[in-house]
Design a protein. Structure first.
Lengths: 114, 115
């Protein structure tokens, strides 16, 4: 049981390049999330999904797109990377049963945009 | 809109002592949940404890307890008998609203345990 995994762990991009971050979970969770973590700002929600085929905007969605074609995967795309997108990106998932269950986090992806 | 406020950028505590990390929140929702996460220097996010807005008793998980004061909108984390391994960033978070679990995080408190 791997939990939540993220690919890649590190990436360096040049301004204007595109890339996709992959998040996978094997816990059969309905909800999945993408956050970014910047120094002094905690975690901020980029996009989230409440089920396969559905996505929604979070607090800081501009410059990012997401897709949830399969329940276990949640992809985060940067179409034209900017230095302001240099950050650590965390994916998380949570089940729907119960009340406000904890989110299970992946190990993070450190992205640098030059 | 939801808001989480953590006003202590950094805290020091002597090993084996107890420490309280402050968290206040703001929401118009009647039903919500409060979480605490730990982030050690290795970077992973570790869930510590959860408190529901309708829970009458404070949540406890081992050495962690959540001092929930609903009227004051505070959800402080208390760590008893601090250990060197408790040195980390601690984030308070809140989930609210129906139909999805949109969670808002505070900016965190850096705790350092002194031997």
């Amino acid at each position: 049981n791997a939990g939540v995994t993220q690919t890649p762990k590190f990436r360096v991009l040049k301004t204007g390049q595109s890339m996709t971050l992959l998040c996978a979970q094997d816990m059969n969770h309905e909800y999945m999330y993408w956050y970014r973590q910047d120094p002094g700002m905690g975690l901020r929600l980029i996009h989230y999904s409440v089920g396969e085929g559905t996505t929604a905007k979070g607090e800081v969605p501009d410059g990012y797109n997401v897709s949830r074609l399969k329940k276990q995967n949640f992809l985060l795309g940067l179409e034209s990377a900017a230095p302001s997108q240099t950050s650590v990106y965390f994916c998380a998932s949570s089940p729907t049963s119960g009340d406000y269950n904890e989110q299970f986090f992946g190990p993070g992806t450190r992205l640098t945009v030059l | 809109a939801q808001k989480i406020t953590q006003t202590q950028p950094g805290m020091f505590v002597q090993e084996k002592e107890a420490v309280t990390l402050d968290c206040t929140y703001d929401t118009s929702d009647q039903s919500y949940g409060l979480f605490w996460y730990k982030q050690p220097s290795s970077g992973e996010m570790i869930f510590l404890i959860y408190q529901g807005s309708y829970d009458e008793q404070n949540a406890t998980e081992g050495r962690y307890s959540l001092n929930f004061q609903k009227a004051r909108k505070s959800a402080n984390l208390v760590i008893s008998a601090s250990q060197l391994g408790d040195s980390a960033m601690y984030f308070c978070a809140m989930g609210a609203g129906g139909g999805y679990q949109k969670v808002t995080f505070g900016i965190g408190t850096k705790l350092q345990v002194i031997p």
